[in-house]
Ligand binder design. Structure first.
Ligand SMILES: *[C@@H]1O[C@H](CO)[C@@H](O)[C@H](O)[C@H]1NC(C)=O
Ligand SMILES: *[C@@H]1O[C@H](CO)[C@@H](O)[C@H](O)[C@H]1NC(C)=O
Length: 413
């Protein structure tokens, strides 16, 4: 009897001691399914793309929370004058892509609104939304918010409610790996591509390469790289379109493996992660610090971005599990405190709890998480991005590197 009582009180005590309070959430997502960025050889293998209109963006400088509009204008691309057959522009979000983010928004609502953490309507003093200045990420965010927050507060003037999507000019964007900001990125990519490990690996792929050239009816010299095929097929399959003629699911499986291997070799080092997303990861750490110091009012900050955001963050946060971030992948970083005020970070990757490499358990002590992530936050980004001085460059190396180097992650700006 007593034993049972003691046991029960222990259980209750443990539950109490373990009770964590959710304080703050940061979300990073990849946009939904889209049109490829580069057509497959020979007129994109005959595919016709369909981009129904998703969302209209209105550019406004007044800062009002609602606008008394009497009309809006629509961008209407001229048929048959676009890169791809159909009515889509390069990289545009498709109807499927919007739907993926609507589903994700519904999940976010279940997770963060239905439990009372956030109010039912969008409140700009509690929820901050940011996107890269790229149509598909802005549209993905709008599709997401449409289900995450079907209604908007406050609503004054009786006009159309306006939600600010915070953005940076692409020349200063910290949410995207961009070699145009940071010449060292192209330099390191070139070094990787000329390494023995890279060349040995690619020597094992000559059959696949010959097969792809054969299917496309192109000579080897015109081979556009594996990523163009992987992305081309991923976009088709996401939108329910058939594989390019001649390609099999086995080809795609192999291409997906190649993509992950290339990504690890190109982007997996701490130095590369620092150059790719060190500043963005630093902003995320700073938000946590500010929240814990009581200097940040937001309860949720939402970043709408790309594969070249999510993949480097997988390395940065110690949650790389050899998986390429699919369309509408999400990373949720949840900040909790326990009864004595100690802080913890819980990481959820596309709806699944994941234990980051440095962490002893899903509720990761904030100090451990922070120390690990700040390893890739540069003290001086400009300096980190500088090319090695000329005399350190390998002899005969091309002056590295104003030119963009193709890689397993697609650059967008
Ligand atoms: C809160 O977490 C800290 C660090 O893990 C721990 O030492 C402390 O006992 C916890 N507080 C409670 C009330 O469990
Ligand atoms: C885009 O094209 C498809 C078919 O080609 C058509 O069904 C759809 O209505 C078009 N959408 C717009 C917005 O023109």
């Amino acid at each position: 009897m007593w034993a049972r009582f003691l046991f029960l009180s222990c259980v209750i005590f443990l539950v109490r001691a373990d009770s964590y309070e959710l304080k703050f959430v940061q979300l990073v997502t990849r946009h939904g399914a889209r049109v490829p960025l580069t057509p497959l050889p020979n007129k994109d293998a005959g595919t016709v793309w369909n981009c129904p209109e998703t969302v209209l963006l209105h550019h406004d400088m007044t800062g009002d929370s609602s606008l008394p509009l009497d009309r809006i204008h629509r961008v209407s691309y001229i048929r048959d004058r676009t890169t791809f057959a159909g009515n889509c522009t390069v990289g545009a979000l498709t109807a499927t892509g919007c739907k993926q983010h609507q589903q994700l928004g519904t999940q976010f609502r279940q997770r963060y609104v239905n439990n009372g953490f956030l109010p039912s309507s969008f409140d700009p003093s509690l929820v901050y939304v940011r996107s890269t200045d790229v149509p598909r990420t802005k549209e993905s965010l709008q599709c997401n918010l449409g289900t995450f927050f079907p209604t908007v507060q406050p609503r004054r003037n009786g006009g159309l409610p306006v939600i600010d999507i915070h953005m940076m000019e692409s020349s200063a964007e910290t949410l995207l790996a961009q070699s145009s900001h940071c010449p060292k990125i192209s330099y390191l990519l070139s070094q990787t591509h000329s390494s023995k490990a890279w060349q040995d690996y690619h020597a094992t792929l000559t059959q696949l390469r010959a097969r792809l050239c054969d299917i496309s009816g192109i000579p080897d010299s015109a081979f556009p790289g594996y990523t163009v095929y992987t992305d081309g097929v991923a976009c088709r399959l996401a939108d329910g379109l058939p594989m390019p003629k001649g390609m099999t699911p086995a080809d795609y499986e192999l291409l997906s493996e190649v993509q992950v291997r290339e990504l690890e070799m190109e982007w997996g080092s701490d130095e590369m992660v620092t150059l790719a997303l060190g500043l963005g990861a630093g902003e995320i750490v700073t938000n946590f610090d500010e929240k814990l110091k009581g200097r940040l009012g937001y309860k949720l900050m939402f970043y709408s971005a790309h594969d070249s955001t999510v993949a480097p963050l997988q390395f940065a946060f110690g949650i790389w599990r050899h998986n390429f971030p699919d369309f509408a992948t999400s990373i949720a970083l949840e900040l909790y405190t326990n009864a004595t005020g100690d802080a913890f970070v819980r990481t959820v990757y596309s709806g699944r709890e994941i234990v980051p490499d440095p962490c002893p358990s899903p509720m990761c002590p904030y100090d451990i998480w922070r120390r690990y992530v700040t390893r890739i936050v540069p003290a001086d980004y400009q300096k980190a991005c500088q090319l090695p001085t000329a005399r350190l460059q390998p002899e005969g190396a091309a002056p590295a590197s104003q030119t963009k180097v193709a890689s397993s992650l697609l650059e967008t700006a």
